[in-house]
Design a protein around this ligand. Structure first.
Ligand code: LMR
Length: 394
């Protein structure tokens, strides 16, 4: 049977990491996958994480299974992150293997309860959204989001697209640090989005993978909290990969909020059945790290400082990139990068330019032109900007 299969295309993001790892050029630069790197080009283990791991090593008493939704204390920590207060709403949380795991569980759960819904993703979006919800059996459609000429949010276009959605449809919203454009709605725009979601009776699915990497921990949750306060039911898929640097520990969560504890309990029991059949119960280690840090004042303070440093370094790199490009004689205005949030921006580089950067300079950028500013350092900025200037000059 396997002989019938042809090679599947490489993943547009993780496939790029494979190619990067295989590149022998010592000066290679990876601006592809959404992974933070420090000034020395390393994805560090945070000090707060190391301290929590040492504590866990001393105190852990068993390796027996977690419950299907993971440890209850982890669920409380997640909901406090999302809503500001773990008890703000009738809601329940399951620990999933990463944010991707949360989205996959959400896809299967939503297909069960609303099989005829269309899933709407922003144009553009994280490419895996299409695959995940397509595999779950949904028709996936795009709503207007990005104005490529002006490099801004096309908010009127977004509202117009939302008018075409039907009751029960699922709208995937990037809660902050939009991936790939780095452009988020303002507070006023979030309020309007929430209003239309309500009027049209849509189900919002908030993808929240970058809390703390944009403007701040609470600031980055503003959009989510506005939508959560306005609508009765919401699904949140969140991740601690980036803000705790726990990528390979696979620490994500799916949270359901509903109008009453009874509704949440019944919905959550169905979610648990799905999880039991997919992966039974989550891996424990990463969730225990996050819970340990958040429930210890000193660890928490240290971690908050570490996230602030990440945020600050990325903002500095945005500025330095724009400045250095100017010194290389680049006339195109890249200042839009400085008003965007998180790891990503659309550089405006076309697929040919992206290809030349990779083949000639070992600079890896996602084919769409999305760049990860966290891959930039003081050290690689000069050669990076020289190469970008060269490809822009044609
Ligand atoms: C990204 O968009 O680069 C990250 O979210 C990593 C991934 O899984 O694609």
């Amino acid at each position: 049977m396997f002989e019938k299969l042809e090679m599947a295309p490489a993943d547009p993001i993780l496939g790029l990491t494979e190619a990067f790892n295989d590149d022998p050029n010592p000066a290679k630069v990876n601006l592809g996958v959404g992974v933070y790197k420090d000034e020395t080009g390393v994805t560090p283990i945070m000090n707060s994480v190391r301290r929590a791991e040492r504590m866990l090593l001393e105190t852990e008493t068993t390796k027996s299974y977690l419950p299907i939704p993971g440890a209850p204390a982890y669920g409380e920590v997640v909901r406090a992150f999302l809503f500001g207060d773990a008890g703000a709403y009738p809601a329940a949380t399951a620990h999933t293997p990463g944010g991707t795991g949360a989205l996959r569980v959400a896809g299967q759960f939503l297909k069960k309860i609303n099989p005829d819904a269309t899933v709407w993703v922003s144009d553009p979006t994280w490419p895996n959204h299409n695959g995940i919800f397509g595999d779950a059996g949904f028709t996936v459609e795009k709503y207007t989001y990005y104005n490529a000429q002006q490099r801004t949010l096309d908010f009127d276009g977004m509202l117009t697209s939302m008018q075409a959605m039907k009751a029960g449809d699922i709208i995937i919203l990037h809660a902050c640090c939009h991936n790939p454009s780095g452009i988020d709605p303002t507070v006023e725009q979030w309020e309007q989005i929430a209003q239309v979601v309500n009027e049209k009776n849509l189900l919002p699915l908030m993808d929240f993978a970058y809390q703390g990497l944009g403007r701040g921990l609470d600031e980055d949750a503003e959009g989510l909290r506005i939508v959560a306060a306005a609508v009765e039911e919401i699904v949140v898929c969140s991740s601690f990969s980036k803000n705790f640097g726990l990528y390979k520990e696979r620490v994500g969560a799916i949270t359901l909020k509903a109008g009453s504890a009874e509704v949440v309990n019944a919905a959550f029991s169905n979610l648990k059945t799905i999880i039991r059949r997919l992966y039974s119960n989550p891996p424990a280690h990463g969730g225990a790290i996050v819970t340990t840090i958040m429930n210890d004042a000193s660890l928490r303070a240290e971690w908050e400082g570490e996230v602030a440093l990440i945020r600050c370094r990325m903002a500095q790199m945005r500025e330095l990139f724009v400045k250095t490009l100017k010194t290389k004689g680049v006339e195109r205005d890249f200042s839009f990068l400085m008003s965007q949030y998180g790891m990503f921006s659309f550089s405006g580089l076309n697929p040919d330019q992206v290809k030349t950067l990779r083949q000639k300079h070992s600079i890896y950028i996602v084919g769409s032109g999305r760049i990860n500013v966290a891959g930039m350092t003081q050290h690689n900025m000069e050669p990076l900007c020289t190469a970008v200037a060269e490809v822009l000059a044609g």
